[in-house]
Ligand binder design. Sequence first.
Ligand code: LMR
Length: 395
Amino acid sequence: MLLNSLHKQPTDKILALMAAYRADDRDTKVDLGVGVYKDASGNTPVMRAVKEAEKRLQAEQTSKAYVGLAGDPAFSDAMIDLVLGDTVARNRIGAVATPGGTGAIRQALELIQMAAPEATVWLSNPTWPNHPSIINYLGMKSSDYRYFDSETRGVDFDGMLADLDGVAAGDVVLLHGCCHNPTGANLTLDQWNQVIAVLQIKGATPFIDIAYQGFGDGLAQDAAATRKIAGTFENALIAASCSKNFGIYRERTGILMAIAKDADQAALAQENLNYLNRQNFSFPPDHGARVVTTILNDPELRADWEAELEETRNGMLGLRQQLADELKRLTNSDRFSFLADHRGMFSRLGTTPEMVEKLRADHGIYMVGDSRMNIAGLNAQTIPILARAIVDTGI
Ligand code: LMR
């Protein structure tokens, strides 16, 4: 029988944690697991501009017929503008809408596999667990570069450069454009420049995953490194997600951009990207993309979206500072000041899986086993609870 020969698949630790949290009936439980923004009441709201754009679509949309394999060109234009500004001529970019950021990563990896089946894809250690998972599924080669310093909880930049020295010409290096997932530790612009110089010397292709633009230091600031890369290299791949900054997680809205050396190469890349979409799912989801396009192209909606995103970003920065302050008060030390320096939705606390398990069992605090915390899962009530639990657990 066909299905008898299936075997069990490795569980995704983030999704397993979501399920464990749901099954816990303690009313004091705190969810710092999956990367979904939550407001002070624990809700993941639909953003105001998204609601308004959906109302307009509902009233004005006259057809649900297929759009095109690459999605709506207006979506690509608006997203290229949001992520890259005017750093690269539009005719040097091939772009396809994808089902979320994950879809963009998957299509990018398949494009790499078609163009350079022997290339090694270099990943930060640690990285988002689905990066190596998809690479393994596709049977591609990968290697990793050091990234996180578990003493300082900052970037192990010397380790990173030492490991990138092993990159071969033609390899692909996957970098988090901003708000590194899972650590929250990020490169400075000067460090980015050094990484860019190394990749140029090595003849490697950069591949940027940018899933949290606007969650770190601001929309333009968070895209600065991506823009620098796009403007420097003849070839680069950029996977961008709209899940978090537009709060449209379940609509599956993302884009893959391929930067080419000239218009002819971009046309070839575009043809291949369209082909890949066709093989995997035909037409990409449209609703979220249309909402995003409506917002980005309407000055009023865009201003409101940017304002709400800014409130969200500042809220997370406030939570970081409060948690760092509370831990400073309880420990009488600066050991946890890194929490205020990290950026984005996550911080890696830098403790053992045993301690993470103790936090879950004894205090109902759920974080990923590598001690990644979703900062947006906190609020004024839960910060003192978490800080006390961290200290009581002996972290
Ligand atoms: C996360 O890292 O928690 C998010 O990107 C959600 C996911 O799909 O894992």
